[in-house]
Design a protein around this ligand. Structure first.
Ligand SMILES: [Ca+2]
Length: 284
């Protein structure tokens, strides 16, 4: 029996401050009391006009970062076609395109050992460490062709990347099945290297869709679930060479762990846990 409280997130003061800041735009209220009747009424009409997207102007949020004119990287509000509500996402605007960030890790403050519902809906802060959410990624990648870029940073000043054509995440009925196409990059193709994760559904510690039934490690250790070792959710197979949502480890204590930010085609032979990671998508 799993202890479902193990993955529960206990926010620090810093988290609460960040949460407060993140919520600020949604709780903004326009005070009408100080205005005279006429200007108050006009402001009300203007607000109604803006909120309903009246006239020729369209105030709907863009479906993803790629359609936002190239400007400053930062948090923008987007709403993919067919998604029920708008949400905040980090748009990375660089020389090689405008990307929608779906995962970012820079430290251990935001916990990634979370249950299915958390990975489905997303967690963390768009401006900082976060997981955008499988439902959002699935709806976004349902239309158009997308590429995935994975950036990895080590503790020694180095970095590497992996890019995949035709990145797609199925809907919940497929357990958010992973599809990737052709690889290019400097980090190696961990997703498609043996035992391969392409085509696998997503697993969390409360939802096992991996390829272990059981898996045998080190000759005699049997495990029926990859999340027994690696508490973060991922598209595990047996369990696979890519895993970027495991436990974050600090410098000097970041090798040899079963759980970590692993991309095993990048660093061999020890299981090297990255200092930072980022996953982001853009239309092909
Ligand atoms: Ca299993």
């Amino acid at each position: 029996m799993k202890d479902i409280t193990r993955g529960k997130f206990h926010p620090s003061i810093r988290d609460i401050k960040a949460l407060h800041d993140a919520k600020e735009p949604h709780s903004k209220q326009v005070k009408m009391g100080g205005l005279s009747g006429w200007s108050g009424s006009m402001l009300t009409l203007l607000l109604i006009y803006m909120q309903t997207g009246g006239g020729s102007g369209n105030t709907a949020a863009p479906p993803d970062c790629s359609v936002i004119p190239n400007g400053a990287s930062g948090v923008y509000t987007i709403q993919p076609a067919g998604f029920r509500y708008s949400f905040q996402a980090y748009c990375e605007m660089g020389a090689n395109g405008v990307w929608t960030v779906i995962q970012k890790r820079t430290g251990g403050a935001v916990a990634f050992d979370r249950e299915w519902a958390a990975y489905k809906n997303g967690f963390g802060f768009a401006s900082w460490d976060h997981w955008l959410g499988l439902e959002k990624i699935s709806v976004m990648t349902k239309s158009k062709r997308w590429k995935l870029r994975v950036d990895l940073w080590d503790f020694e000043g180095g970095s590497a990347y992996a890019e995949y054509d035709d990145f797609r995440v199925g809907d919940e009925s497929t357990n958010y099945r992973l599809s990737v196409g052709r690889y290019r990059g400097t980090a190696g193709d961990a997703i498609q290297s043996y035992p391969g994760q392409n085509g696998y559904g997503f697993s969390t510690f409360d939802r096992d869709n991996d390829g272990c039934d059981p898996c045998i490690f080190f000759g005699d250790i049997a495990a029926s679930s990859c999340t027994d070792f690696d508490r973060g959710g991922w598209w595990y197979s047996k369990c696979g060479s890519a895993s970027l949502n495991g436990e974050w480890h600090p410098k000097g204590d970041n090798t040899g762990w079963l759980s970590g930010l692993h991309w095993l085609t990048w660093k061999r032979p020890v299981s090297y846990s990255a200092r930072a990671t980022r996953m982001m998508i853009a239309p092909m």
